[in-house]
Ligand binder design. Structure first.
Ligand code: S3P
Ligand code: PEP
Length: 409
């Protein structure tokens, strides 16, 4: 579906929006509840990625297709590898067959798993025959994707002797590792993370617990961008959020002060307020701990006409699409002065914004959602707009609530 998007007539925005649960917390919680009966999950994400995770966990034989969901691909690889009696082909979308998984497969096979490649070595689809994993120590490179580490950590307490992981190299996306450990701790599993070593103690069963998934901070980023591009006095309330979050993308609160957006916490909610019309003139930001908000920040800077230098982006090339190339192409179409390397993005100060440009989304939900706030400055076309269902199925409905004009073409 292709849409034409225009901003609201009144650009002082006021509304309240309930955002679905974090897909990262949801997919971890779903896996833990499959391993440990008695875990109840509240505010589960309604995203495609959580749905494929939930149905994947119910299978033990045959083909399991997780479409575009990186977390489901990586977490289910660990899950099936340690699930005695399972025999599955784990596969996904065409893009998923291009996203590397060798580091995780090598680590699991080293622990005693039986995983082989159906086609190309190092990439899905995988043939996984579940068995008891005999060893409890392994080391793996930590600079490509933290999801490999989280996958091992999630099954770790169910292994007879727990797990000791040694992380090699510079660790990327650290908050996601801490999120995994935080959830293990919430259900009573002991862990430690010191230097490059993570330890997880074994646990045969857990007490009945409710895991309350916080709403998704990466999804909140699009409203930060909308508020940044709106007029002073705008106030958008989002629920359900906690002051002490497991999600690294909650760093948005600090980053967006540079764009004049203040965050105030209420009970289970945040209000984003456009407090000032004088954003910083240049944004310098290392996003190694929060890669999923890179697209949002780059587009906010472009919308405000301010330059930026974003670093720590080396993982963006292996996500839903090569996000650095996608940003380069789409922002150039809009008139931006942009350059990218394989780990950085630089945007020059610019006042040009071409009108009615059709934004391609490359099967990447974040391309569609990151560009949408620009409708406050110019009308846009978003191609393949329903890509948003990967993490945020109600995104366009929520923009209509804010009086954006969303017209199907
Ligand atoms: O563990 C997770 O839930 C995630 C980890 C990050 O991936 P990388 O560790 O591959 O950067 C992030 O980009 C992804 O959206 C979700
Ligand atoms: C990278 C992402 O997801 P995944 O790796 O889980 O597909 C994302 O949602 O931005």
């Amino acid at each position: 579906m292709k849409i034409h998007l225009a901003g609201p007539n009144n650009t002082v925005l006021k509304d309240t929006i309930k955002i679905t649960g974090s897909k990262s917390e949801s997919n971890r919680s779903l896996l833990l509840s499959a391993l440990y009966p008695g875990i109840e999950i509240q505010n589960l994400s309604n995203s495609d990625d959580a749905q494929v995770m939930e149905s994947g966990l119910m299978q033990k034989k045959g083909t399991v297709n997780i479409h575009h969901a990186g977390t489901a691909m990586r977490f289910l690889t660990g899950y099936f590898a340690a699930l005695e009696g399972s025999d599955v082909i784990l596969t996904g979308s065409k893009r998923m067959t291009e996203r590397p998984i060798k580091i995780l497969v090598d680590a699991l096979n080293e622990l005693g798993a039986d995983i082989s490649y159906v086609n190309e070595e190092g990439y899905p689809p995988l043939r996984i025959k579940g068995k008891k994993l005999a060893k409890n120590q392994v080391s793996l490179p930590a600079n490509i994707s933290s999801q490999y580490i989280s996958s091992l950590l999630l099954i770790a307490p169910s292994l007879e002797n727990g797990l000791e992981l040694e992380l090699v190299g510079k660790i990327t996306s650290v908050p996601y590792i801490n999120m995994t450990l935080g959830l293990l701790n919430e259900i009573g599993i002991e862990t430690s993370f010191q230097g490059n070593t993570i330890l997880v103690k074994p646990k045969a069963s857990v007490n009945p617990t409710a895991l309350v998934v916080e709403s998704d901070w990466s999804s909140a980023s699009y409203f930060y961008s909308i508020v940044a591009l709106s007029d002073v006095g705008s106030a958008i309330t989002l629920s359900a959020y906690k002051k002490s979050s497991l999600q690294g993308d909650s760093v948005l609160q600090e980053i967006y002060t540079d764009f004049g957006v203040e965050t105030s916490f209420g009970k289970n909610e945040i209000t984003l307020i456009k407090a000032s019309d004088t954003p910083k003139s240049f944004i310098d930001c290392d996003l190694v701990n929060a890669p999923d908000i890179a697209q949002t920040i780059a587009v906010t800077c472009f919308g405000l006409g301010i330059g930026c230098h974003l670093t720590g982006l080396h993982t963006l090339k292996i996500k839903e699409t090569d996000r650095l190339e996608a940003l380069n192409t789409e922002l150039t179409k809009l008139g931006a002065d942009i350059s990218v390397t394989d780990k950085t993005l630089t945007l020059g100060t610019s006042s040009i914004m071409n009108k009615d440009i059709a934004i391609d989304t490359y099967n990447d939900h974040r391309m569609a959602m990151a560009f949408a706030p620009l409708a406050l400055r110019t009308s846009l076309v978003i191609n393949d707009a329903m890509v948003v269902t990967k993490s945020y199925p109600d995104f366009w409905k929520d923009l209509e609530k804010l009086h954006f004009k969303v017209r199907e073409l």
